[in-house]
Design a protein. Structure first.
Length: 400
């Protein structure tokens, strides 16, 4: 029989070993990952964590910041109203500088380290495509995958719930307006040479051919191009009466400003991402009359008051079509979240997002999603756009 002191020493050592083993298990990545993304994050006190990977710096930094503020406004309002079942929502935006590799790294961090229940409002075609490969097997949703590229929704990806309307709508809408409304006879096309710009050109080319026409000149530029003078000069030589400029940020501004300096005055039509107060500042008076598209209602002195009031309340920048993408993503997430019955898991949020039909955000056309077997648009919430024109420093609906 052991002596009493020996017994105590034996059990103390046993307890120490068991505690150490438990600690190792907690630090073992394999042990942690085996729990999967469907691990419940329910707690009566803990915040509900969401995050996004966005370009908060670089060429498209203005766009990412506006999207982030659109999301934050809705989250702030939801938290002030008591959160979801008494739980606040914590939003973690992460900068990827429009780099797909950083986008994927940010997504992994949000899932593995922040224990987010969903990604909300991540932006960028290539980044979203790479993130989907990581998220699809986990049934982990990106609510508001912000890319107009059809590549992220056709075929539909399990994880990606895309907003707003795609390029297969936007490009042809611009061509149609140039031909039918502007009566343009010579149309040129400039596009970003990547998976965002190339499809837009192809969709637009198909549309212009339907009129028995061809683009009189086509030019492309690299995503990180610092100037657009070469493209401008070649386009100018073709003497177009309209140019579809499929560019964003500083590159789009460089083309517009250089055209003005050279007294080159064709009608200029561009993508929906141009509808931003920050981008409008880059072109100033040179941007007057530029034509764009929008999936959202115009933000004017007489319209969208609740959105303007929300930004004023939380001291956010003036709302724009970019911030409305964030607003939309957050509203759709909240709609899915409040319908989750039972444990709050990423998969539960994904399943509720699939059920959203004709959801009126009060900022644009209603949102509808569906299961993967419901067709190409099952993961594309919006499928229509309207024309807006830059007048006196503000994009307004055609005809105003």
């Amino acid at each position: 029989m052991m002596k009493k002191s020996t017994k105590y020493l034996f059990f103390a050592c046993l307890l120490f070993i068991m505690t150490a083993l438990a600690g190792c298990a907690d630090k073992n990545p394999a042990a942690s990952s085996s729990k999967g993304s469907n691990q419940s994050v329910d707690s009566k006190k803990d915040p509900i964590v969401i995050g996004a990977s966005l370009p908060l710096s670089g060429t498209l930094g203005y766009m990412g910041k506006e999207v982030s503020e659109g999301i934050q406004g809705i989250i702030n309002q939801t938290n002030d109203d008591g959160g979801i079942n008494g739980r606040p929502i914590k939003f973690v935006p992460m900068d990827d500088a429009y780099d797909p590799a950083k986008h994927l790294a940010n997504t992994r961090y949000l899932v593995d380290n922040e224990k987010a229940v969903a990604i909300v409002g991540s932006l960028g075609t290539e980044g979203l495509k790479s993130a989907a490969k990581f998220l699809n097997p986990k049934n982990f949703p990106v609510i508001g995958a912000l890319s107009i590229s059809d590549a992220i929704s056709k075929p539909p990806q399990k994880s990606l719930f895309a907003l707003p309307a795609p390029q297969s709508v936007e490009g042809p809408t611009l061509v149609e307006y140039a031909v039918e409304k502007l009566k343009a006879k010579r149309i040129a096309f400039v596009y970003q040479n990547d998976s965002w710009g190339e499809p837009a050109f192809k969709f637009s080319e198909e549309k212009i051919k339907s009129y028995g026409m061809e683009f009189v000149k086509v030019e492309s530029f690299e995503p990180k191009a610092s100037e657009m003078s070469t493209q401008l000069h070649r386009i100018k030589e073709a003497k177009p009466d309209a140019v579809i400029l499929y560019a964003l940020g500083s590159q789009a501004a460089a083309f517009v400003n250089s055209a003005a300096e050279e007294n080159f005055k064709p009608a200029i039509l561009g993508p929906s991402g141009l509808n931003s107060p920050e981008w409008i500042k880059l072109v100033g008076k040179n941007g007057e009359g530029i034509i764009s598209c929008s999936s959202y209602y115009p933000i004017t002195a007489d319209n969208m008051k609740w959105v303007r009031d929300l930004h004023d309340k939380y001291k956010l920048a003036n709302p724009s079509s970019n911030s409305l993408m964030g607003t939309s993503a957050a509203l759709v997430f909240i709609e899915a979240l409040k319908n989750v019955d039972g444990d709050l898991t990423p998969e539960a949020v994904l399943k509720e997002a699939e059920k959203i039909k004709n959801f009126d955000q009060k900022i644009g056309d209603p949102i509808s999603f569906g299961t993967l077997d419901e067709g190409d648009n099952s993961r594309r919430g919006q499928t229509t756009q309207s024309i807006v024109i830059l007048k006196d420093g503000l994009f307004v609906p055609e005809g105003i």
